[in-house]
Design a protein around this ligand. Structure first.
Ligand SMILES: Nc1ncnc2c1ncn2[C@@H]1O[C@H](COP(=O)(O)OP(=O)(O)O)[C@@H](O)[C@H]1O
Ligand SMILES: [Mg+2]
Length: 220
C-alpha cells in the first residue's frame, strides 16, 4: 500500500474573475522509502502541492491519504499530530529555531513528544557530519551545515514522509549534491519517503521518479 496517496487533488485560489487553478486535479501514489522529485518553472504549483500533501493547506477538491487515512476527515488537532509524528519538513532556509543550539532543537522535540530518543540525535548528527556543531546556534553554521542539521531534525521523529521545498536553493552545486545524497541515503536507510522540490537539473538523477509540474499539471 502507498504511504501517501492523492486522489483527484486540486487547488483553486480566488473566485470569479480572479479565480486561478494552482493545481489541476491529479492522482499520485508514493510508496514507503521512495525518493520523489518535483520540478518545473516558478509559479507552476509545486509548493501548493507540497503544502497540501503536508496537511498545511486544504485542497479545493480530492483527498490526501496518509497510510489510507484521509487528512481531510481529521480535526485540525489530529492533522497537527500527523505533522508532528509522521511528517518531516525541510525548507529552503532551514526551519531551525534561531535561539536554540543544535542540540536544543532535538531536546525540544523530546519535550514536546514526551519521549526520549536516546542518543539518536548524536547518531544522526554524526551521520550528517555536523556532530561538532551541537553547541552552535543556527546563525553560526554555514548554509550547508544548517541544511544538514535540518535533515537530521526532519528524520528525528521517525517520520513516514519528508517534504523538502527547495532545500538546496541557498547552496552551491557541490554542497547541494552532497546534501541531497545524504538526505537520500538516510531516508533509504530508515525507509522514509521523500518528496523534494528542486529547480536543479543536476539533482534529478538522484530520484526514483521525477515529476514535472507545469501550469498546475503534473507529468512523470
Ligand atoms: N495563498 C495563495 N493565494 C493566491 N494565490 C496563490 C497562493 N499561493 C500560491 N498562489 C499562486 O498559485 C500559483 C502556484 O504557486 P506555487 O505553488 O507557490 O508555485 P511554485 O512553488 O511552483 O513556484 C502561483 O501563480 C501563485 O501565485
Ligand atoms: Mg515554491
Amino acid at each position: 500500500m502507498a504511504v501517501l496517496e492523492l486522489k483527484q487533488v486540486s487547488k483553486t485560489f480566488g473566485s470569479g474573475n480572479t479565480e486561478m487553478t494552482a493545481v489541476a486535479p491529479l492522482d499520485l501514489a508514493i510508496d514507503a522509502g521512495e525518493f520523489i522529485i518535483l520540478t518545473g518553472p516558478s509559479g507552476s504549483g509545486k509548493t501548493t502541492l507540497l503544502t497540501m500533501m503536508g496537511g498545511l493547506l486544504t485542497p479545493t477538491s480530492g483527498q490526501v491519504l496518509l497510510n489510507g487515512q484521509d487528512l481531510g476527515q481529521m480535526t485540525e488537532k489530529q492533522r497537527s499530530r500527523v505533522r508532528f509524528d509522521q511528517y518531516g519538513f525541510i525548507l529552503q532556509s532551514s526551519n531551525l529555531i534561531p535561539f536554540l543550539t543544535v542540540a536544543e532543537q532535538f531536546e525540544l522535540v523530546d519535550r514536546l513528544s514526551k519521549q526520549n530518543h536516546d542518543g539518536y540525535a548524536d547518531q544522526l548528527l554524526t551521520a550528517l557530519g555536523v556532530a561538532d556543531e551541537k553547541t552552535s546556534l543556527p546563525a553560526k553554521l554555514s548554509g550547508g551545515q544548517r541544511q544538514r542539521v535540518a535533515i537530521a531534525r526532519a528524520l528525528y521523529n521517525h517520520p513516514a514522509v519528508i517534504f523538502a521545498d527547495e532545500p538546496t536553493a541557498a547552496l552551491d552545486s557541490k554542497r547541494a549534491f552532497q546534501v541531497v545524497q545524504t538526505l537520500k541515503s538516510q531516508a533509504k536507510e530508515h525507509n522514509v519517503a521523500v518528496i523534494m522540490v528542486t529547480h536543479d537539473d543536476d539533482l534529478l538523477a538522484e530520484a526514483d521518479r521525477v515529476y514535472t509540474v507545469v501550469d498546475g499539471k503534473i507529468k512523470e
